[in-house]
Design a protein around this ligand. Sequence first.
Ligand code: COA
Length: 429
Amino acid sequence: MSKNQNADTGAPKPSWTVRHSDADELPKVARVFGQALLITDDIDSMLERMRPLHDAVGYERLLVAVDDREGEEEVIGTANHFPFEMTMPGGRFPVAGVTGVGVWPTHRRQGVLSSLMRRQLADIHADGVRYAALWASEGSIYERFGYGMAFTEVETSVTRPHGALRADAPRDPDLRVVLREPERVRVDLERVHEAVAAQQVGQFRRTEPWWDRLLRDTPAQRGDKAPLAAAVVGGPDGPLGYALYRVRNKWETSGSEGEVHVQEITATTPAAWTALFEHLFSRDLVSKVVFDFLPADCPLHHLLANRDRAVATHQSALWVRLVDLAGALSERPYAAPFEGVLAVTDRYAPWNAGRWRIKADTGGARVELTDEEPHLSLDAAHLGAVHLGRTSLTGFLRAGLITEHTPGTVARLDTALHRFDAPFCGVVF
Ligand SMILES: CC(C)(COP(=O)(O)OP(=O)(O)OC[C@H]1O[C@@H](n2cnc3c(N)ncnc32)[C@H](O)[C@@H]1OP(=O)(O)O)[C@@H](O)C(=O)NCCC(=O)NCCS
């Protein structure tokens, strides 16, 4: 048997190993990630963006796969996660924000990602973090690793004649909108965002490096649009909402066809939402307003006089993974009592696999391993998909992807897990 074969099975040994990385290796990590994700920026520009986010939290979560066949180590795979504090159904909790996943093209489909994912999940679990979340480049990759697509966000485009709001939209004459360079009103933006993010499931606490990234305004960021602008709405007690946007100048033979592209909009009162929408829809020379990301239950959809003329495109947002299934299910409140036994499979986090007896109520749940017969069989990825209360198990049942042993279990569990507000993240990390 050759040294390149596994002594027990005779199967070829992988030519690479997974290990932790460090700050010095970031250029090699950027090289792999850039090539894998087809990023057109040069490595220096990528590093300029990546370094502050990594420096702020350290490099101990950065994983690499290295191939040393040529006698010298070559980084051929990467995965990272940021230690977010994210609003979840039970409150603000640590969540691993998985990112930076890429495999060098010549090493794809050999199990590199699988090894990175296995190691990463073990690390997250060892750190006592109960959840992981990510934005997926392709929806077919992450379910096998136990991630479930938890909610969508809505790109919405409204052309000028349809931007009128309902006559009875809430308006407050004491509110005033100012338009400023974002850095000048950064304190206001941070204050409003923190108030919203603390309540809105899916949002992570935005630290200074993330604000820096969001407000970055280089020519590459702008493309063919104008510098980033911030419209802040406020009243006597301070700021109540803001919109970060860029305008695009566009002339046709028929006249101006300018556009407003809203990167982020949020507010804490109905009248503040109205004031921001009226500001955006009343810009001169503009024929279209595009909102990159809105929550599925954004007030815009109710405030437009002609709401069916807004073009809304749902895009998959966060994929959620219960890294510690029992811990995650126990610290979540439930909309209705539920009692039952779930048989759970989990290929990449075996500590979650087994039969779990759940006794849940509005305050949380008791979750224990049991030998009892299950009422429902499903995978950890299904529980990740439904944890934020927006996706239902009924859909998986109808698709034949989960097995109900006791009729009515799925309906009861869906009722217990349901939340009325739409989750929202808004920042691709
Ligand atoms: C996606 C990517 C990371 C996969 O890496 P890889 O090392 O080839 O993956 P593995 O060999 O470990 O494959 C793991 C499993 O995922 C499947 N898979 C891998 N890439 C896939 C893809 N793009 N679409 C669907 N399935 C995929 C494999 O078939 C395999 O399935 P199995 O578990 O049923 O055998 C790699 O192809 C890549 O870097 N792609 C471009 C960048 C990217 O999309 N990164 C993800 C950013 S969110």
